[in-house]
Design a protein around this ligand. Structure first.
Ligand code: FES
Length: 275
């Protein structure tokens, strides 16, 4: 082994495959999310009927302000604070997604699993176990430059709040003009918060919240406590955290694509409202 080359290792397996696909997959997600965030249109579909119900892209929820002249914009009564503010700089697109995406992204970007893969895939520090990468002798981990990663336990509360909001959007998707029904979009918008629940409640910080600071789960009467059962469930999710991270991330992007395609008329939503 030449100890001076970048990827020195004794490993014989395809150790490079995981950093390659995770790095490429996340890169595609970032490109699409950035593009969708800057559009500011076609994030809402309600088949032209007024009243309760409709499909709202998760990238745009909640709607802090609404730009009423945008194509495919939600009705004004879905806005938390009314019409788009006049002080908004012309250089920045009037897109509701710009106002809210930092919340969920701050949770993902500080996730312990995401840190693992992007340190490996993008910073090669190191690219894999027992593989030499870029060695920075001044590296102080998450106590110096990367200290913001410690905010993860707080961003968890943002993620939990978003689950409630997206669950409400899922309920909304079963109505058009106040009439109950089911469409392909309703199912897609309902799967979205379910996958986010699998990801968020398997978070290491939530596992600590549910089972941390506890020496005994069966005290005082020798029976497993409610908290123990919760911790067991969270631990089950936690053991599959990587899977939940990827499927929930891909699904949230797919949900935006679906709403965007239906709202812009490229795809037809099959549903019971006959729209
Ligand atoms: S560790 Fe991944 S979401 Fe908290």
């Amino acid at each position: 082994m030449n100890s001076n080359s970048l990827f020195d290792t004794y490993r014989l397996d395809r150790w490079w495959f995981e950093p390659l696909w995770t790095g490429f997959g996340f890169f595609c997600f970032v490109i699409y999310t950035t593009w969708a965030m800057l559009q500011g249109d076609y994030y809402w579909w309600s088949a032209g009927v007024e009243g309760f119900g409709g499909y709202l892209s998760p990238f745009y929820s909640p709607l802090i302000f609404i730009n009423p002249i945008a194509n495919g914009a939600a009705p004004m009564d879905h806005s938390w604070f009314g019409s788009w503010p006049e002080w908004w700089p012309n250089l920045i697109p009037a897109s509701p997604a710009i106002l809210i995406l930092a919340g969920p992204l701050s949770f993902r970007m500080t996730c312990y699993y995401y840190r693992k893969f992007y340190y490996r895939a993008y910073f090669m520090s190191p690219p894999g176990c027992s593989v030499k990468g870029i060695i920075n002798k001044k590296y102080k981990g998450e106590t110096a430059l990367l200290i913001f990663q410690n905010l993860h336990r707080f961003t968890l509360y943002i993620a939990i709040g978003i689950i409630f909001i997206l669950s409400y959007d899922a309920i909304l998707s079963f109505f058009q003009g106040g009439k109950f029904g089911v469409g392909v979009g309703s199912i897609i918008l309902t799967i979205n918060p379910i996958l986010l629940i699998g990801y968020t409640f398997g978070c290491h910080a939530f596992r600590h919240l549910s089972g941390g600071h506890k020496d005994c789960f069966t005290c005082p009467n020798g029976k497993p406590t409610f908290r123990y059962r919760v911790w067991k469930g969270v631990s089950w999710l936690n053991g599959r955290h990587m899977m939940w991270a990827w499927i929930s991330m891909i699904w949230v992007a797919f949900t935006d694509i679906y709403v965007r395609m239906v709202a812009s008329g490229y795809w037809i939503d099959m549903n019971t409202w006959n729209n």
